[in-house]
Design a protein around this ligand. Structure first.
Ligand SMILES: *Cc1c(COP(=O)(O)O)cnc(C)c1O
Length: 241
């Protein structure tokens, strides 16, 4: 990575952004009658330079998410120790699984049984258990990855039998919506799928993570039961690719 940043760059806007997002999360939790720590904040760091990420880590962020394996790996040496918890949240190619099996503590974007099977294989090879979320294509969009809703239960049943892999919950990225009310319908739908699936799994207690909501819609997501929100631009500013 060739990005540089000056030590005296004023990054205090990051702290203000973090404060605002945390307040909104807290307010949404109160509004829905949930406990104070019931929704975890992930800082989505794709395209964000390490200096900004480190600033957020110092400000108390303890979970980051990256979409791409290569980008995550290239940033690692620039992140301050101790490293935060890290999750992969973007479409993952099977041939990249081995590179991150020991680096991330969760793969949120399991969108096929074949990917799960490679995760299982690599987890066994490395003697670890891989925590995963199943990504569901909640808007039935052709342009999006994610398991089709009608295949979710069958896929979950199959994956839950695999060694070295533990299904922790669901993740979704709904279609772009015009309003909070519209977004909320997708989140509600996802929560229902989550509850149905939980009921059908043998290992119910492990199934507890509902990852939904991004910068534009984390409040309605929490109102519908999100336990993890993935926030990028509301924390770091608009992404420059
Ligand atoms: C980029 C991304 C986010 C964060 O998006 P923002 O709108 O910037 O908050 C969350 N989840 C996934 C899967 C992403 O790719």
């Amino acid at each position: 990575m060739t990005q540089s940043f000056s030590d005296n760059e004023d990054m205090s806007f990051l702290k203000d952004n973090l404060q605002r997002v945390k307040e909104n999360i807290a307010e949404a939790l109160i509004k829905s009658g949930r406990a104070e720590n019931d929704a975890r904040l992930m800082a989505v760091t794709k395209t964000v330079k390490p200096g900004y990420i480190n600033y957020m880590l110092d400000a108390g962020v303890d979970l980051i998410g990256e979409n791409k394996v290569q980008e995550l790996l290239s940033k690692l040496e620039f992140l301050r120790a101790p490293l935060p918890e890290m999750h992969i949240i973007g479409h993952l190619q099977s041939n990249k699984v081995r590179k991150i099996i020991n680096v991330v503590s969760m793969i949120q974007s399991v969108d096929s049984v074949s990917l799960a099977s490679e995760i299982s294989r690599q987890a066994e090879l490395h003697s670890v258990t891989a925590d995963v979320l199943l990504e569901v294509n909640i808007g039935d969009e052709e342009s999006k990855t994610g398991l089709p809703q009608e295949l979710l239960r069958e896929a979950a049943a199959e994956i839950s039998q695999m060694k070295g892999i533990c299904i922790k919950g669901l993740m979704c990225v709904p279609p772009i919506c015009e309003s909070d009310a519209e977004a909320r319908r997708y989140f509600e739908k996802t929560r229902r799928l989550f509850e149905d699936l939980k009921g059908s799994l043998e290992d119910k207690n492990s199934f507890s993570v509902l990852s939904m909501g991004m910068s534009g819609d984390y409040v309605p997501a929490i109102l519908e039961g999100a336990t993890l929100v993935r926030v990028g631009s509301a924390l770091f500013g608009r992404r420059v690719y």
